[in-house]
Design a binder for this molecule. Structure first.
Ligand SMILES: C[S@@+](CC[C@H](N)C(=O)[O-])C[C@H]1O[C@@H](n2cnc3c(N)ncnc32)[C@H](O)[C@@H]1O
Length: 321
């Protein structure tokens, strides 16, 4: 069936190309121009659209993201559906996605499939660490929907931290999507403010309880000083046995994304890329040195894209307290 899917996909994509371009431009307009006008994050939309795609193409179940993605003022699911239509038809024929989206082995993971590869690793680590914790703190939560899914049990206290404007917009969208948010504590925080912890301390967060801090897709937008200070703050305000699950990006990926149109679009919403590590040689030692220099123990970690001659483009890692 895969061969038939390709035989149909190629001419269909060729005939559909004008519509695909319109779909992409429609999404881009909402994601970049509307985000800028509303003071929202375009990268958060990029990620939730990846999760929507993974859900619709059967790579990763995420009904909450699928609902939320359709309720955002700075997104167009119609545009996304139009852009991906030929690939969706091919998936229906083959029974699995062809070309895109894909979930390759970690070593072979490329940047086009980053959201799917990194989500798989975050999901696995979260399941393991949340099972032995009492609190989940989502740092730079953006449009993440883990607080509205199966991860959350009666005994888990959940906190979402983000800047005020994106967080208020998310809360409205969560309401429109009719997601149950009664158990979620929303805390406004900016990691560039060295006192951001005061807002979390003023909430029902309990520093004596074992906590998982999820910091996904955020460190690359912060300065090195803010990343280090935030880690120090977490360490000083979390119980022994807690963990930070985060991703750190390799300079090779950041350098690539700092060029051309991509850099200009990120500048439009003030999301220029910043902190990264040099994973071009001996990435394990680089990661280990970074983690231990901040006073954490390095737990499980997964490099993505290691088969590339310039080394992995990112790592999903656990920092244990
Ligand atoms: C790419 S999104 C990732 C969102 C989410 N973690 C996810 O994986 O879906 C980056 C998020 O980080 C937030 N962020 C960026 N800089 C921040 C800062 N200095 N303080 C707090 N949040 C920040 C943005 O508002 C945005 O929601």
């Amino acid at each position: 069936m895969t061969l038939i899917a390709w035989l149909i996909y190629i001419p269909l994509q060729f005939m559909w190309i004008a519509f695909s371009v319109i779909g992409v431009l429609w999404v881009a307009h909402k994601q970049i121009v509307r985000s800028k006008a509303l003071g929202l994050s375009q990268t958060a939309v990029e990620i939730i659209n990846g999760r929507w795609t993974g859900h619709v193409f059967g790579l990763r179940k995420d009904p909450a993201s699928a609902k939320l993605a359709g309720k955002l003022p700075n997104n167009s699911l119609t545009g996304l559906r139009i852009a991906l239509f030929p690939l969706w038809i091919a998936k229906q024929i083959a029974g699995a996605p062809i070309l895109y989206p894909q979930l390759p082995e970690d070593e072979k993971s490329g940047i086009a499939n980053m959201v799917f590869s990194r989500s798989r690793r975050f999901d696995g680590l979260l399941e393991e660490y949340v099972a032995r914790s009492e609190q989940l703190v989502v740092l730079g939560a953006g449009l993440d929907t883990r607080a509205y899914g199966p991860l959350v049990t009666k005994n888990l206290k959940v906190f979402e931290l983000d800047m005020p404007t994106p967080q208020r917009a998310k809360r409205k969208a969560v309401k429109r999507a009719r997601l149950d948010a009664a158990h979620v504590h929303y805390v406004e925080a900016d990691f560039a403010d060295p006192n951001w912890i005061n807002a979390l301390s003023a909430s029902p967060y309990d520093p004596q309880k074992k906590t998982v801090f999820l910091w996904e897709g955020v460190t690359l937008y912060l300065s090195e000083a803010d990343v280090l200070k935030t880690l120090e703050t977490i360490k000083g305000n979390a119980a022994a046995g807690s963990a930070v699950i985060l991703d750190v990006y390799g300079n090779r990926m950041l350098d690539m994304a700092r060029k051309g149109v991509f850099a200009k679009t990120l500048d439009a919403t003030g999301e220029a890329l910043n902190f990264g590590l040099d994973f071009s040689s001996d990435p394990e030692s680089v990661l280990s040195a970074f983690v231990t220099s901040q006073g954490f123990d390095l737990g499980p970690y997964y490099f993505l894209g290691s088969s590339h001659k310039k080394g992995p483009y990112m790592v999903v890692a656990t920092l244990e307290i």
